[in-house]
Unconditional design. Sequence first.
Lengths: 366, 118
Amino acid sequence: MNVHRLNKTKQELWAENKELWGRLAEFEETIRAIRSGEVDAFLVNDASGQHVVTLEGGESAYRILVEAMNEGAALIEENGVFLFCNKGLATLLNTTLENVIGASLFCFFAPTEICKLKALVNRARVDACTGDISLPGRDGETRTIQLSLSPMLIHGSRRIGMVVTDLTEHYKVQEELRSLSLIDELTGLLNRRGFLTVSLQTLNLAQRLKGPLLLVFADLDGMKVINDTHGHGEGDRALVDTAEVLRKTYRDSDIIARMGGDEFAALAMGTSIEDAAVLVKRLQSQIDAHNKREQRPYCLSLSVGVVPYDAKTGESIADLLARADQAMYENKRRKYEEAQRDPSLGRLGSVTPKLSISPVSWNARR
Amino acid sequence: MPATQTSRRKKARQSSAAGAARKKFMLRLYVAGTTPRSAQAILDAENLCEQHLGGRFRLEVIDIYQRPALARDEQIIAVPTLVRRLPEPLRKLVGDLSNAERVLVGLDLLVRDEHKLR
């Protein structure tokens, strides 16, 4: 019995001894691998759990990639303090790397953007999110950047990964494209498409507010004569002059457009048909002042049709334009007939010597 | 040595070798994300298994960032570490896996050819 127990104990000791030797060999092997630089990460256990600690050599691959990115990249704490930042982001923030690491993200933005930025960072604690933020640029110009934030767990700590893309040029090109399609290149006024786009919103607003609205449709008299006599360069100048006169006549809030050829339109908010006479008179004064000042070989003359918008009927902009166009043509025909009856008035838009221009005649339709 | 005894030993060795040839190795490689050594260790381990274990293996790659609990349970300290889980006893090899001979000996993965044993 005793011999049997002794044998068993011996066997247990041998097994235990063998296991210990095995563990020791394993440990020695690990030490050797670490000393030889064959490992690049460790699993560290402490009170808060397991952390992966990566050696600097292991991080180098990530760093090379992150530094090569065109976008800005950073790692921030949940309170916004930078733990890591690439050169791209430091450049975008208009500072050096040394000034970024350890600083707060919120230091680099205008006070007006802080609220939006804090909301983004708060959201990024639990979920990936993206937002556009304005950033004061080096040259005083405001840049628009896109922040893409996502929560990360690094070495057991909660962090936020951040990728920053500069969208300033993107938006600039987008704006240019938009302008090209809505703005008349010669006069800088809205083109027909631009007018229809913007006036639609104005009409909706007038309908909702039940406010008065007046559409003025104007046609440059004698455009063909100016082109034929003085060339198309002078014709273009007459169009630019007309646009300038219209700009000076109407308020900045009014919508002025070149509808095509020698036709112009202006949509005046808060102006009723009772104000039409005043509006036309103001237009005439501006034309007179222009003709006196510029001393062109011809005088500008406009035929105008004025129509009010009836919010009750919910008339479309196309119908409103058609009515204004008709009113303008009636006015032009009347001017032509007057000129035929009284040759002293001269042909419309005729040239040298300056014709005694008829006042802007207009026709109002309710 | 008597001829019968030699013959018995030879047979026992042949039987053991045949068993070794049939046995399947369960290996687990612990890595840390895509660090250069981890990425290289994955390639080395796969090459070694394909070339020397010819289909008699199952290799699992564990990322300690994603599965730290597994690494803790297996008392992994540093990565890359290749663990032979089966057949028992459990064996570990830490570090460089590019030297196939070192890995095969270190984890006792050598499958002896039968003709060499006769």
